[in-house]
Design a binder for this molecule. Structure first.
Ligand code: UD1
Length: 400
């Protein structure tokens, strides 16, 4: 069937059972802006039945519900409610709960995003499920009538640092996936080097830029900095949550010292992740930060308010993966408090620079003394990634 035939068939409305039943898995804060554009794009397709599965890895209102609201996502169709735990507990709980949903609902395709524990857990559950009766696989040239097709969005990223739980999650998820949607050429290359057949790899671009563009007008109207009494361009945003930075008194203490010193040069806004808050309290580091009137500490903020803070800031100091990408797209300097990054394109082409607790103040001063960073937005980071994914699913599907 050629592309034209597919398009023509798309216009006849298939019966519900002929539609492609797709599960979109969401678990933690960085996942929500990755599933939202795809959910909205698939919802418009008459051949697709799309369901949101929330594993419940993040459960606080401002880590989850607020993002669903901002991104126009409905209540999840399935909520696994797994909550926090050790890595094995969390992964195991998601696998057990999601296996039941798979058995009850038999989706044709499962889409996992990013690199959190739930991504790994749902990938394992999906590729090991065996439906009791043979179904017609809806996917061309895939003998998958006993299980759904597994697609990984944001495939191929590698930090080459296996002490990061996310790196393990990325490697295993990619090894299991039938379709690997990548954001950049380095990701394609990593997968090829690992022996992934070329036909499984499809470069689609960066889905988070779709969310940003979808909400740009609302973000621009938000003026979050003003509401905090800050002048645009005259403050830095800090976010921290990586275990390597926040889980020991030594590492978190060194960063807090750096922040104290940095606050002598620029005001700081620091929305504090729950893991980091817990540790600031238990290591006795919170009080000193609270006493500093050049540092504004706040609870994690929703997507629109956070992006508004980013739009207007002078630079960002972070250990997040997604913020490295968003700042590259926006041309805002980013100092990443990590020894490596799985997103090298943000350093090679973008505004990102790796730093340490010891170097961060000097690096920040160098940012402050420079007018605007040289940067190039990577190819396909253009707000149209969801459309490319929908097209790819159409091409893969037999029923359309
Ligand atoms: C997880 C992901 C990480 C991602 C990050 C974004 C893994 C291994 N890690 O890390 O890749 O960058 O999400 O935030 O999957 N907590 C709350 N409320 C919540 C969520 C968490 O209080 O809504 C607390 C809990 O005490 C929990 C701790 O934060 O133990 C850590 O949460 P968890 O999901 O295990 O890991 P993150 O550090 O958020």
């Amino acid at each position: 069937m050629n592309r034209k035939d597919i398009t023509m068939d798309m216009n006849s409305i298939p019966g519900r059972s002929d539609r492609v039943k797709i599960h979109l898995i969401a678990a933690a804060r960085p996942n929500f802006m990755k599933i939202a554009p795809l959910y909205h794009a698939l919802k418009n397709e008459r051949w697709a039945d799309v369901y949101i599965v929330h594993t419940g890895q993040h459960y606080d209102i401002n880590m989850s519900d607020a993002f669903f609201r901002d991104l126009g996502l409905p209540e999840p169709d399935f909520h696994l409610g797994v909550g926090s735990g050790t890595h094995a507990e969390q992964t195991g709980k998601v696998m057990i709960a999601y296996e039941k949903i798979l058995m009850e609902t038999s989706p044709d395709m499962v889409i996992v995003v990013g690199d959190v524990n739930s991504t790994l857990a749902c990938s394992i559950a999906t590729t090991k499920i065996s439906y009791p009766s043979i179904r017609n696989s809806k996917f061309k040239s895939k003998n998958l009538n006993h299980r759904p097709l597994l697609a990984h969005l944001e495939a191929g990223l590698r930090s080459f640092d296996r002490s990061m739980p996310e790196e393990i999650n990325r490697i295993v998820t990619d090894a299991l996936s039938d379709i690997l949607w990548t954001p950049s050429p380095d990701a394609d290359l990593n997968l090829k080097k690992e022996g992934v057949p070329e036909e499984k790899i499809v470069r689609v671009g960066n889905i988070m830029i779709d969310s940003l563009e979808m909400l740009r007008e609302i973000i621009e109207k938000q003026k979050m900095a003003r509401s905090l009494g800050l002048d645009p361009g005259r403050y830095a945003v800090v976010t921290l949550h990586r275990p390597s930075n926040v889980d020991t008194p030594r590492s978190l203490g060194a960063i807090c010292e750096g922040l104290e010193e940095l606050s002598g040069y620029i005001q700081i806004v620091f929305p504090v992740h729950p893991r980091t808050m817990k540790n600031l309290v238990s290591f006795g580091l919170l009080e000193k930060l609270e006493e500093n009137d050049r540092i504004i500490l706040m609870e994690p903020v929703n997507y629109v308010r956070f992006m508004s803070l980013i739009f207007d800031c002078r630079f960002v100091l972070t250990d997040s993966g997604g913020i490295q990408e968003e700042t590259t797209y926006l041309g805002i300097p980013c100092l990443t408090l990590r020894p490596n990054t799985e997103r090298p394109v943000t350093v090679e082409q973008g505004t990102n620079r790796l730093t340490t607790a010891e170097k961060m103040v000097n690096d920040a001063r160098s940012v402050l003394s420079t007018d605007g960073a040289d940067f190039r937005v990577p190819d396909l980071w253009d707000g149209h990634t969801a459309g490319r994914i929908v097209k790819n699913i159409k091409e893969l599907s037999l029923t359309l």
